[in-house]
Write a protein that binds this ligand. Structure first.
Ligand SMILES: Nc1ncnc2c1ncn2[C@@H]1O[C@H](COP(=O)(O)OP(=O)(O)OP(=O)(O)O)[C@@H](O)[C@H]1O
Ligand SMILES: [Mg+2]
Length: 429
C-alpha cells in the first residue's frame, strides 16, 4: 500500500498543511512498509486493538491487522479522532458534518470507564463515537469544558485522556506525580492529575495536541517516533540504536537540531532519573506544524522501579548501561556525547535538570501526594538523586509490599524480560 500525495488538495488548503509524517516523503511515492507502520501507529495495541478488531470483523495476526484491508477497515471504522490532526475516512465517504459534544454526568463517566474492556477509548459507533489512539493501556478519550466531561461525537476532537489504574498499584498516582515533576521542569506544558471514577484512580491528562482557538478546539498534528522512523508498533521495544535514530531524524527534519537533541536528552535523562524504563519509540513524539518539526512534550512517564516484577531494564541503554539501577552521571554524559552533544553543555543541562528535580520534589502540591504511599516513591527518587550527585550508580531501593503489582496474582502472565509489561499484564482479566 502507498499513500497518495495530492498537490491539488494541498493547494486548495493553502499553505496551512503540516507534513503528515517524517517517514512519508512528499510528493512521494511512499514506501509500502513505512506507510503500513505509520497507519498501524494510529491504532491502539493489545486488548483494545483486539476488541476493536473483533467488532469490525477484522483479522489480527501477531497482534497487528493481518492484511492491509484489515488495517484500512479498522482505521475507516475508528479513525474519526486520532493522535494529531488526522481524520481517517473510508474512500468514497465524506467526513462527518455533525460533530458535537454530549455532556456526561459522573455516573455516565463511571460507566464509560467500566465499559472500557468492551468499548476501548470510549468507542461506540452506534453513538457515532469512532476514535483511535496508540498505546497498550486502557484509556478513555473525553472532552472537558464548562467544568464538565463530554463525549466527543462524530469526529469532534477530544481534549483529555483518562487512564484508569488497572494492574500496577497506584499507577495513576505514580504517573501524576512524575508528570507533575515533568511539568515543573518544563518538559511538558500540560497538566495531569488523578480523579476517582467508579472508585478507580484514573490519571487525567490534558492533550497537548489540542488547543483552543477562538473558542474552538483545534487539532495540532503529531506523530510518534515509531511512525516517524517507519517502525511498526509491534516492534516498539525492538528498535536498535533508538536514541541514535531519533537524533538522526531530529538532525534531518528540525530547524534547530542542537536544541532539539538537547531537549531529547533532557527527556531521556528525566526518565532515567525518575526510574522509568519505558522510553520506547511510541513514548516520544514529534509535533509537525506548518513547515516545522519539533519534539513533542514528554508524556507517559512513571516510576517503573516501584514495581518489583519489572526488571528495570531500559528500552535503550544509557551509555553502556542497560539497567536503571546502574545509571550514573558518567553514563548519562556518555549517552549525551553519543547523541552528538558537547560534553560540557550536556553536563550543565544535566546538573540543571537534577537540581530542578530536587527542588520540584520538595514542592509537590499536597493533592498529588495525599491518599497513597507517595512518601516511599519520593524517598526512592531522593536517594537516586543523592547517589547520582555523589558520583554513584542510582540504584534501586525496594518499596514496601503495597507496591507489589502483578506478582500478587500468580495467574497473571509475567512481564517480558525487556521493557515494561503493562500491555501484557493489563491483558489479565
Ligand atoms: N498528553 C497527551 N497529549 C496528546 N497526546 C498524547 C498525550 N499523552 C499521550 N498521547 C498520545 O497517546 C498515545 C498513548 O498514550 P500513552 O503513551 O500514555 O498510553 P499507554 O497506553 O500508557 O502507552 P504504553 O503502551 O506505552 O504503555 C501516545 O503514544 C501519544 O501518541
Ligand atoms: Mg505510551
Amino acid at each position: 500500500m502507498r499513500l497518495l500525495y495530492r498537490e491539488d488538495i494541498n493547494e486548495a488548503l493553502g499553505d496551512e498543511v503540516p507534513l503528515l509524517s517524517c517517514s512519508l516523503p512528499t510528493p512521494g511515492p511512499t514506501e509500502p512498509a513505512k506507510t503500513r507502520a505509520f497507519l498501524e501507529g494510529l491504532l491502539p495495541e493489545g486488548r483494545a486493538l483486539r476488541t476493536m478488531a473483533s467488532k469490525q470483523d477484522v483479522l489480527l495476526l501477531n497482534d497487528a491487522p493481518a492484511t492491509l484491508e484489515d488495517l484500512t477497515s479498522l482505521l475507516g471504522g475508528y479513525g474519526w479522532e486520532c493522535a494529531g490532526a488526522i481524520m481517517a475516512i473510508p474512500h468514497g465517504t465524506s467526513p462527518p458534518t455533525d460533530s458535537r459534544y454530549q455532556p456526561l454526568d459522573d455516573q455516565a463517566v463511571a460507566e464509560r470507564i467500566m465499559a472500557l474492556p468492551w468499548h476501548p477509548l470510549g468507542n461506540d459507533p452506534e453513538l457515532d463515537i469512532r476514535m483511535s489512539l496508540g498505546g497498550a493501556q486502557p484509556k478513555l478519550l473525553l472532552s472537558r469544558f464548562d467544568g464538565r466531561w463530554h463525549d466527543p461525537i462524530a469526529g469532534a476532537p477530544s481534549t483529555h485522556i483518562l487512564k484508569p489504574t488497572v494492574t500496577w498499584p497506584f499507577s495513576a498516582q505514580n504517573e501524576s506525580l512524575v508528570m507533575n515533576l515533568a511539568r515543573s521542569l518544563k518538559l511538558t506544558p500540560v497538566s495531569s492529575w488523578v480523579e476517582y471514577v467508579a472508585e478507580t484512580a484514573c490519571l487525567v491528562t490534558e492533550r497537548y495536541d489540542r488547543v483552543i482557538v477562538d473558542g474552538k478546539i483545534v487539532r495540532l498534528h503529531q506523530e510518534d517516533m515509531c511512525q516517524a522512523l517507519g517502525i511498526r508498533p509491534i516492534d516498539k521495544y525492538n528498535v536498535g540504536n533508538l536514541n541514535q535514530r531519533m537524533v538522526r531524524l531530529l538532525r534531518e527534519f528540525t530547524e534547530a537540531p542542537s536544541d532539539q537533541i538537547m531537549e531529547l536528552f533532557r527527556q531521556i535523562a528525566f526518565r532515567a532519573l525518575v526510574g522509568d524504563e519505558d522510553g520506547h519509540g511510541k513514548n516520544v513524539s514529534l509535533m509537525l506544524d506548518t513547515g516545522s518539526v519539533e519534539l513533542a512534550p514528554l508524556y507517559d512517564s512513571l516510576c517503573t522501579l516501584a514495581y518489583p516484577e519489572l526488571n528495570g531494564k531500559m528500552v535503550a541503554p544509557i551509555g553502556e548501561q542497560h539497567y536503571l539501577a546502574k545509571v550514573d552521571r558518567d553514563a548519562l554524559l556518555d549517552e549525551a556525547t553519543r547523541m552528538g552533544l558537547v560534553g560540557a553543555e550536556a553536563g550543565e543541562a544535566l546538573d540543571e535538570l537534577v537540581s530542578q528535580l530536587r527542588s520540584a520534589l520538595g514542592l509537590i502540591p499536597s493533592d498529588v501526594l495525599n491518599g497513597w504511599p507517595s512518601e516511599e516513591l519520593i524517598g526512592l527518587l531522593d536517594s537516586r538523586m543523592n547517589r547520582l550527585e555523589h558520583g554513584q550508580q542510582m540504584g534501586r531501593d525496594p518499596l514496601s509490599r503495597v507496591w507489589l503489582g502483578a506478582s500478587m496474582d500468580s495467574a497473571r502472565p509475567r512481564p517480558p524480560a525487556s521493557g515494561i509489561a503493562f500491555s501484557e499484564a493489563s491483558r489479565a482479566p
